[in-house]
Design a protein around this ligand. Sequence first.
Ligand code: GCW
Length: 697
Amino acid sequence: MKIFSRTVVLLFLSAYMYAENGHDLWLRNKNAVSVNVVCAKNTATIAIAKQELQQDWQGAPNASVVLTIKPDKAIKGDGFRLSQTTIQANSDYGVLYGVYELLRRQQTGEEITAAEVVNPSYERRVLDHWDNQNGTIERGYAGRSIFWRSTKDSLVVTEADKKLWREYARANASVGINGSVLNNVNANVDVLTIDYLKRVKAIADELRPYGVKVYLSAKFSAPSQIGGIKTCDPLDPEVIKWWKDKAKEIYRLIPDFGGFLVKANSEGQPGPQDYKRTHAEGANMMADALKPYGGIVMWRAFVYSASDNDRAKQAYEEFVPLDGQFRDNVIIQVKNGPIDFQPREPFSPLFGAMKKTSLMPEVQITQEYLGHSTHLVFLSTMWEEFLKSDTYQAGEGSTVARCTDGSLFPQKHTAIAGVANIGLDVNWCGHHFAQSNWYAFGRLAWNNSLTSEQIAAEWIKLTFQQHASESSDWQANFLTPVKQMMLESREAAVSYMMPLGLHHIMSANEHYGPGPWWAPKKMRKDWTPPYYHQADSIGVGFNRTHTGSNAVAQYHEPLYSQFDNIETCPETYLLWFHHAAWNHQMKSGRTLWSELCYHYDRGVQQVRQFQKIWDKTESYVDAERFLQVQSKLRSQSRNAQLWKDGCLLYFQQFSKMPIPYDIERPVNDLEEMIKNDTRRPQRPAAFSSNRQLNQAH
Ligand code: GCW
């Protein structure tokens, strides 16, 4: 009854009031007090810095804040020195980052007691947009592209476009993100033609004052496709010249253009191997073209080799032999795990293995394999686990973070990329809580040793707190339970989707629901779930030990031995590395089959628990956001149940063991699920439930 009446009130109000539609992200203006800002310089960036202080200041009333641009050895790159009323940096951008840090500290109540230097972990902190020039987004669940519209005729730049791009840039700057790749890695070559480049320039002009550089995904076949040259062989003089001329043309329009992102020889994309050249030869040719202007090439290691070797081994096999052959303005962009952004993967063994090459992590903010914008999954814990994984490549403590941020190996450039979850939805990300993943990516890119707990607390305060110093009641009844829910949410998703090291068992349709059964005869084997789970009457899991594909050998000792031995392999990775018997005894004393059942069940129970937690917060949240999150949690619960039922009933055909009797029984039929899976039934609510900013476009 209560919910019903709220819904009616909401429908009525929403026609007039969009105040809490989530568009303001974590940047919600909170009745500032007055402040004087002093700075000797006046540039577009400094003007923004001043304005931000004036509109958000919550320190001492009428304080004077001094902004200084003065080089200092302790301050690196975009870093800054911060006290309660002064910010010093090497550049305007450093000052701006300092301003956002200061305001964040005020709003979250984190005191600045003594002056401190805050430096970024990575030089380049980049969002990769998989946006197509027709306005669609590959793996995007929050509406259409903020950069591109449906037809070429709509390349004209409107005031509404510019406003949105500035809002986007501001949100990025506020968490330290300083780069955007504007188009899909499955690139459409037209983006390199003049009409599109003009739009890229217009975007760059709006993003620049906020310190965000633009990059483009470049298609390797561009010299033939738009240059009319017969070959794209990277050693061909005409091809070399074409890329040099193209770089010149781009830099004439966009003097601070960041560079190219390239997906080559992967999933049908062209690349140097088409001409019997190596990835290094291809990447270097493009790097040489960008070098005079300071641009870089981010070359992806997400490749498939011709061999039918274990998919998890291919990137390493392809790239490690090339270590030392890349130009210093090439960075190899490596996905966090060896397969593909699964709910849980061990880190990719490439990290730390290429000691003479700059390497950058790529994580996925958009939830392709984690419930799209329908499931509440806070990804920070996954990235923290990844960044803190020890590779042992230069002794104990050689974490992925340290292998990539320049502290262990001499990298000319350091960078990290996240595949964006941003679209035209009013709330940008489709799910209010998906905003926390954009936020968390920026924060970890800035400081790769932050904890998820800190990030979650910051984000909740900035996003939901009404006043800078909320009551202890708010802390106990909102902050604490909501933070707990966020921190548990990724493990819950792993449990109801792919526990104990299972991976790649999702539905082929949109990668949303379960699909361990999916295996069309003509499909590449390593695109089908049975290739990965290998279920049979004996057991389940991929044998990557020395008796199997030996992928374990790509890890440095002691990990090699630890993963290789079923007794010492962490259970979280058990079925990633081992084909374990259904009756294999787990640490809990249960059989593998029972443990699997309990995991799936626990995952579902956790989501049901999240629903209860959220319902209790009702009086602390505005109606619009409350109801949207509540409705998404319902969908998540239904989908988690499908995952549990689909996977358990499917695997039970092999294990032939009963589901432990104290566990809730499946409520869906396997045959029905398999039939529905091929009819795309579970298109998530995210596709239709959010208002988009289309009107403005
Ligand atoms: O995970 C797969 C996705 C593709 C994506 C590819 C990649 C952009 O399903 O949609 O293509 O990875 O990362 O290149």
